[in-house]
Design a protein around this ligand. Structure first.
Ligand code: ATP
Length: 242
């Protein structure tokens, strides 16, 4: 499916009361790519993910995923259709082990027998370098491992499209590099990724394209080097007047 459009968003609009958070946002995500999303705090990035995952409803616009309309579908159905996501603040079940967290996510994604889920979860733990922590309570993991678990849980539901929300924040340089390597491996395994990230060098290490939001409007979209050299992006996002 490489290069076919996996997700098509057309004219997305969302307000909370009088606050207009997203206005007429149109973009595509192509199968196999990593699309990065940049924008200042409050630009509407997480709200955009919430509209795609179904955590909140659109006020207007259309979302088509792998040929199927998403608007009107509940979040669990979108997960079963192949949309996985992480949250800015990792949300593991802290009293459960790492492995149990994955099993819950795998059963939420649905469609797999218990035996198949076990094998798949073990494979994902290896992939995410968490195999040696499988039986630890999730609440005892380091920040890097909690981020890996957040990713692993999203993968356990078997996504075609993975939405990553600021997963690199708070990590050391080496931890950030390890996370970038993991995201590359996930992309190479055939999962399409949309990644909201403020840690620019991490995003630039992986993204094929970047879209920039500001006050709910799309202000730039294109190849990473073009976008980060765009005068408006430099002014709005980096505070650099050119
Ligand atoms: N459920 C909600 N109810 C009311 N206002 C909301 C809600 N969710 C988000 N907002 C507001 O919408 C605006 C956009 O928020 P959003 O979280 O999408 O921004 P963001 O670009 O992800 O920011 P950040 O980089 O800080 O995470 C903010 O002003 C926020 O306070």
């Amino acid at each position: 499916m490489a290069n076919d459009i996996l997700l098509a968003a057309q004219g997305l609009t969302k307000s909370f009361g009088a606050l207009r958070v997203l206005h007429d946002i149109t973009f595509d995500v192509r199968g196999g790519e990593v699309l990065g999303i940049l924008g200042p705090n409050g630009a509407g990035k997480t709200t955009l993910f919430n509209l795609v995952s179904g955590d909140i409803r659109v006020d207007g616009g259309e979302l088509v995923f792998a040929g199927d309309r998403l608007v009107g579908q509940p979040p669990h159905r979108r997960c079963q259709m192949g949309i996985g996501r992480t949250y800015q603040i990792p949300r593991p079940y802290v009293g459960m082990t790492t492995f149990e967290n994955l099993l819950v996510a795998a059963s939420f994604g649905g469609g797999k027998s218990e035996a198949a889920s076990y094998a798949r979860c073990a494979e994902i733990l290896r992939h995410c370098e968490l195999a040696d922590k499988a039986n630890r309570p999730a609440g005892s993991l380091t920040l890097l491992d909690r981020k890996r678990l957040e990713l692993a849980r999203a993968l356990a539901s078997g996504p075609k499209l993975l939405l990553l929300d600021e997963i690199a924040g708070g990590l050391t340089d080496d931890e950030g590099k390890a996370l970038v390597a993991l995201i590359r491996r996930i992309r190479d395994s055939g999962v399409t990724i949309v990644w909201i990230e403020h840690v620019l060098h991490a995003l630039l290490a992986v993204a094929d394209r970047i879209m920039v939001l500001n006050f709910g409007e799309k202000i730039a979209e294109g190849a990473p080097d073009e976008v980060i050299n765009d005068p408006e992006v430099r002014r709005v996002y980096m505070g650099i007047e050119t």
